[in-house]
Design a protein around this ligand. Structure first.
Ligand SMILES: [Zn+2]
Ligand SMILES: [Zn+2]
Length: 302
């Protein structure tokens, strides 16, 4: 499973950073979180599998987070896409998407399904679930949790000890059923190992928010906005400083923090100041860069 911080600027792009977008590659399926201007170009340049995007989740309807939708949708049609595309977001997502799709003349070779969602709902995919959670940005705005299902694996050595090898009973054990084999009862716990699924959380745009701590708990990766240094935060209402993003990461006890939504004020080496500020509080912090890859390894058996 790979996660990419595709675009890492805040409201205005810079030479180094384009507008917000993040991509999860889960077993070949691509899921996009936000689609700022420049997203399709970055996806193409980095060969991130744009045609395989199945779902797009919009965090909120500020232009820096959706301004790449129209171009992306048109390119998918030019490339002959046939599979449907699903777009989800906070209340009014259907209304805003309809307006975008009504702009200009273009054909569509595929269906687009759009749905307003609310906290408490979840979108279930193959092997994972995605949940929105409310954040504090002055308008309807979400962060998102991507959570993989619990992984159930048969331990090869233990299977052989029971003489189960490639018996069809293995499937039943993995489903949690006990089986009779060679005159003895084999319990699932004797041969099957369980691993918590992987978890990736994206904050969207928000001020420091308790709900993010709750939903990011124990995540493998938290991609959190860090618009500015803490000295500037009073001028950036509805946003988070690098220091505050690190405090959230620490409280939520996440494995790694990636900083994103970086103001163009922090060009070049100046962005390192954000990383320094965050690392003082949460050492396992990294600066998001456009197209940067974060590999999320499977968990070990409990
Ligand atoms: Zn923004
Ligand atoms: Zn915003």
């Amino acid at each position: 499973m790979e996660v990419f911080t595709v675009g890492t600027s805040s409201a205005v792009p810079s030479k180094e950073r384009d507008l917000p977008a993040n991509l999860i590659n889960y077993k070949g399926e691509r899921i996009l979180f936000d689609c700022g201007e420049g997203t399709q170009k970055r996806l193409m340049m980095d060969k991130l599998g744009m045609m395989n995007i199945s779902k797009i989740f919009i965090s909120h309807w500020h232009a820096d987070h959706f301004s790449g939708l129209l171009g992306l949708i048109q390119t998918l049609e030019m490339e002959g896409r046939e599979e449907p595309l699903y777009i989800y977001g906070p209340p009014r997502t259907e209304e805003f998407t309809d307006r975008i799709l009504d702009t200009g003349y273009f054909n569509r070779s595929y269906d687009i399904f759009v749905e307003d969602i609310i906290e408490g709902e979840e979108i279930v995919g193959e092997g994972y679930r995605i949940r929105p959670f409310e954040v504090e940005h002055g308008i309807n705005a979400f962060g998102y949790v991507f959570e993989e299902e619990e992984q159930v694996k048969a331990n090869k050595e233990k299977m052989e000890n029971y003489g189960l090898g490639s018996s069809p009973k293995v499937g039943r054990l993995k489903k949690g059923e006990a089986v009779e084999h060679n005159g003895e009862t084999v319990q699932p716990g004797d041969v099957v190992e369980k691993m918590a699924g992987r978890k990736v959380v994206y904050s969207g745009d928000t001020s420091k928010c308790k709900n993010t701590v709750k939903h990011a708990k124990d995540a493998d990766l938290l991609i959190h906005e860090a618009t500015c240094l803490h000295e500037m935060i009073d001028d950036r209402r509805g946003h988070t400083s690098a220091k505050q993003a690190a405090e959230i990461a620490k409280m939520a006890d996440v494995e790694k923090l990636a900083l994103t939504h970086i103001s163009r004020r922090y060009r070049g080496n100046k962005a390192e100041e954000l990383l320094e500020e965050a690392s003082e509080i949460f050492p396992n912090s990294e600066l998001g860069e456009d197209g940067k890859k974060f590999e999320i390894k499977p968990h070990r058996p409990e």
